[in-house]
Design a protein around this ligand. Structure first.
Ligand code: AKG
Ligand code: FE2
Length: 319
């Protein structure tokens, strides 16, 4: 297993809410995804000089969330290369999610591409935690019941290209209240005074959760662009947390994922592992008919082994 994190990253995430791992992804893993973003999004950058001009707020004004910030977002599976389709199921990302949550089986519950351009919107936000649209409850006290928000940098994300700003848990606990996940207007200057920047190069992985204070910031570099992906993991079976319903996009290009992912990656989308009692001659045949190009060999072999074990057990019993 190609682990790209250390115990310190796990401890830092659990204690501080954030850990940032530079160079988590190699250039050869990021470059094809960058090319896909260029192909899909670059023509959407504001065209006129005037439109590209930095949107300025009055001095001292705070940011806000509004829909223009969320243009240029798509969700898995992508009409793009296999690289872009598989990065949110990268084995090293899965291994990190397992170690952070301390569970064996994790579930990918969010995967977005997101392109931001200078002048497209004012991306400056208030400090917030993301739990509002990830759960109908509130964030848990147990690490295993938390969730992980990964942000993957597909382009360099410097401060003039809208780097996320964040507040560590010890700081928000001290300034607001222990375990606080909501902030009012009076809290904003306090949080802003201690915020840190997640500025880093392409290939960086920012790791936080739905209970960590952070905010998007504006892009100010002329003609600037910021390409990132947002990837969410939770423990499998944690029904409190959700975002996408993968099944609802049945007509999207799932073969790009199914035909190229390993069983352990597909298990993160709710597809039973080889050896599961789900896989029978009937489900295997119907699955193959539904997705003709998906190589079901590992699932088929495991089902045959179970079947022959079962039969030899029956023979042993009848002797
Ligand atoms: O894109 C970012 O840097 C953060 C955006 C954000 O926090 C949000 O939209 O919830
Ligand atoms: Fe957020």
């Amino acid at each position: 297993m190609d682990k790209r994190h250390s115990l310190e990253h796990v401890t830092q995430w659990r204690e501080e809410g954030f850990t940032i791992i530079e160079d988590f992804f190699r250039p050869d893993e990021i470059n094809p995804i960058f090319s896909d973003f260029e192909e899909i999004y670059s023509h959407l950058a504001p065209e006129s000089e005037a439109a590209r001009e930095l949107i300025k707020k009055p001095p001292g004004a705070f940011g806000a969330m509004h829909h223009k910030q969320f243009q240029n977002i798509d969700s898995l599976p992508y009409q793009a290369s296999v690289d872009t389709n598989l990065i949110s199921l990268h084995p090293s990302l899965i291994a990190l999610a397992q170690d952070l949550l301390g569970v064996e089986q994790v579930h990918l519950y969010q995967s977005h591409t997101w392109a931001k351009f200078t002048g497209e919107a004012d991306y400056d936000q208030l400090h917030h935690c993301d739990f509002g649209n990830h759960t109908l409850t509130v964030p848990s006290d147990q690490p295993s019941q938390r969730s992980i928000d990964f942000i993957v940098y597909i382009s360099d994300v410097s401060d003039d290209l809208g780097a996320l700003h964040y507040v560590t848990k010890p700081d928000s606990d001290r300034l607001l209240a222990p375990g606080a996940v909501v902030a009012d207007a009076a809290d904003q200057p306090k949080l802003k005074a201690v915020e840190r920047s997640a500025a880093a190069g392409a290939g960086t992985l920012v790791v936080h959760s739905i209970d960590t204070f952070h905010r998007g910031t504006n892009l100010s570099r002329p003609n600037g662009k910021r390409y990132t992906m947002t990837v969410g993991y939770k423990a499998a079976g944690n029904d409190m947390i959700g975002f996408h319903v993968w099944q609802a996009g049945a007509l999207k290009p799932w073969p790009l994922v199914l035909n190229n992912a390993k069983p352990e990656q597909l298990a993160c989308l709710g597809i039973p592992l080889p050896g599961s009692s789900y896989w029978t001659p009937r489900t295997l045949a119907l699955t193959q008919a539904r997705w003709p190009e998906w190589d079901l060999t590992p699932w088929r072999i495991a089902a045959q082994n179970i079947d022959s074990d079962h039969r030899s057990g029956e023979l042993a019993q009848s002797n």
